[in-house]
Design a protein around this ligand. Structure first.
Ligand code: SAH
Ligand code: SF4
Ligand code: F3S
Length: 473
């Protein structure tokens, strides 16, 4: 028997009790002032953090706060941080720095910082000493304790610094306030066991723990019933779903069961680690009704020497064999990847090997990053590549990928694609935008009623980043 990673029900109940207590306090405030207290939640980082923030906002609402879209009008500010690269941390610290003025104007304002950055002891200490107006801090394992820490802060007045818990567990049954009414995130597992030598995630998210299949299925079924059209399953390495639970039920099994749910919806998932991407998984996708033929398979580097130094446990040959199998089973698959440029020790030849893998695989889209040393990870200790060389390589990578993406997108011109419409485009208010099955952006002339619906768009033109087309009636 494996130990269940689920938070004991009495602790979830405790969280709900604190929410109820805070709600009564906020109701009293409303009776006294005629005003609702409001909360502002700001998120940095990946979809996992977005999903956590939807829980944080859900808890705020449950506690009687109205969610607002500006920090200036908030009584409670929650900053959910990321630690993946130096830049992400600096952005969060700079925003927290700006809140000093808000606190000076309104001393009753409560400021809380949580998430991956402050799960690191040294960042938690930074906040404690350099940002004295931050009221409380908690790490990723303590999401369910947010209401308790808030109440404690308000009742006792003392600042609280709580970077981690003894154990990282899965909290079921926390309220959620979803950003969208038609796209949803569903975390299926938390944490990571892989310790890629550059990466901070295993240190700030704990070991892998999978949610129970019945909990995931119930959540997806409910979303479909509520009319959600696009559901993304989340995990740092979804391919190792279930391994911590024992019993042999794996990610492909979960996908097959989710695919059996009736309704008009698309299922996606991220992220897959190439070391565990199985043929069984690809077979399930190819035979499915709802799973998008879209695969995000981070390659990180096209050099076997660097992949080894990154502790990735696959080589380029293995990577290519997965791609080949995938394209054999799903010729229409959209393939995207992550690349790190300038990992310690990356030679010109290693980098050229990456460029040549790009030419061989021809990804539809790449998320590329300049390597950023992370405190406490093995790669931080290695000899670093000159920053100028890193940026020069980064530019070369972008140029090549731009050309490949442009060419790949031309193949869609003339085709009619199903697009989930997101409403008026944020970048071009004359057009509507949406996402194709392959998760590519399409712009077209739409109507308000299209938002949140599937529409068919004939692609008239494409560049490296998007499609431009005409909606079909
Ligand atoms: N679990 C996912 C990745 C999560 S982090 C996976 O294994 O694919 C998202 C991406 O950030 C990684 O794929 C990697 O390309 C990049 N990344 C992680 N650590 C980084 C670092 N220290 N510097 C630059 N990029 C990094
Ligand atoms: Fe980081 Fe590697 Fe885990 Fe992804 S698999 S989160 S890159 S350690
Ligand atoms: Fe950042 Fe944490 Fe995600 S470090 S990328 S928010 S898991």
């Amino acid at each position: 028997m494996t130990k269940s990673p689920v938070l004991p029900p009495e602790l979830t109940q405790k969280s709900h009790d604190f929410m109820a207590r805070m709600r009564r306090e906020n109701e009293r405030y409303y009776e006294g002032t005629g005003k609702n207290r409001s909360a502002f939640v700001l998120t940095f980082g990946c979809q996992q953090n977005e999903a956590d923030s939807e829980r944080l906002a859900g808890m705020c609402e449950e506690m009687g706060y109205k969610i607002c879209s500006e920090p200036e009008s908030a009584d409670l500010i929650v900053v959910n941080t990321c630690a993946i690269r130096e830049h992400a941390e600096q952005k969060a610290l700079s925003i927290v720095g700006q809140y000093k003025h808000l606190k000076a104007k309104n001393p009753a304002l409560i400021i809380c910082v949580c998430g991956c950055m402050v799960t690191q002891e040294h960042r938690c200490e930074d906040i404690k000493h350099r940002y004295p107006y931050v009221d409380f801090v908690f790490g990723t394992a303590s999401l369910h304790r947010f209401p308790e820490l808030l109440v404690e802060k308000l009742e006792r007045g003392k600042r609280i610094f709580h970077p981690t818990e003894e154990e990282y567990l899965v909290a079921e049954g926390l309220p959620v306030r979803r950003e969208s009414t038609y796209r949803a995130w569903v975390s299926i597992m938390y944490g990571c066991n892989n310790f890629c030598s550059y990466c901070i995630v295993p240190y700030v998210r704990g070991r892998e723990r999978s949610r129970r299949p019945e909990d995931v299925k119930a959540e997806v079924r409910e979303l479909v019933e509520q009319g959600y059209r696009d559901i993304t399953l989340l995990g740092q390495n979804v391919n190792s779903y279930g391994k911590d639970s024992g019993g042999g039920y794996d990610f492909a099994d979960l996908l097959r069961e989710l695919d059996a749910i009736e309704g008009d919806f698309t299922l996606r998932f991220m992220t897959s680690h190439p070391k565990d991407a199985s043929n069984k998984l690809i077979d399930v996708m190819a035979a499915s009704r709802h799973i998008a033929h879209q695969f995000h398979l981070p390659m990180q580097s096209g050099s076997d020497t660097i992949l080894h130094a990154m502790n990735r446990h696959y080589d380029t040959k293995r990577y290519l064999s997965i791609v080949q199998y995938m394209r054999e089973k799903m010729p229409d698959v959209t393939l995207t990847s992550d690349i790190i440029v300038g990992f310690p020790g990356e030679s010109e030849q290693d980098f050229e090997d990456t460029l040549s893998m790009l030419q061989t695989v021809r990804f539809d889209m790449l998320y590329s990053f300049i390597y950023s040393p992370r405190k406490g990870t093995p790669a931080e200790e290695l000899e670093q590549v000159d920053p100028k060389i890193k940026s020069e390589r980064f530019e070369r990578l972008l140029a090549l990928q731009g050309q490949i993406a442009f060419e790949k997108n031309q193949a869609f011109v003339g085709q009619t694609l199903r697009v989930l419409c997101d409403g008026v485009s944020k970048n071009n208010s004359a057009l509507y935008s949406g996402r194709t099955e392959g998760n590519k952006i399409a712009f077209f002339e739409g109507a308000p009623a299209d938002t949140g619906k599937f529409v068919f768009v004939r692609i008239d033109r494409a560049d490296a980043f998007a499609f431009y087309g005409t909606k079909q009636q």
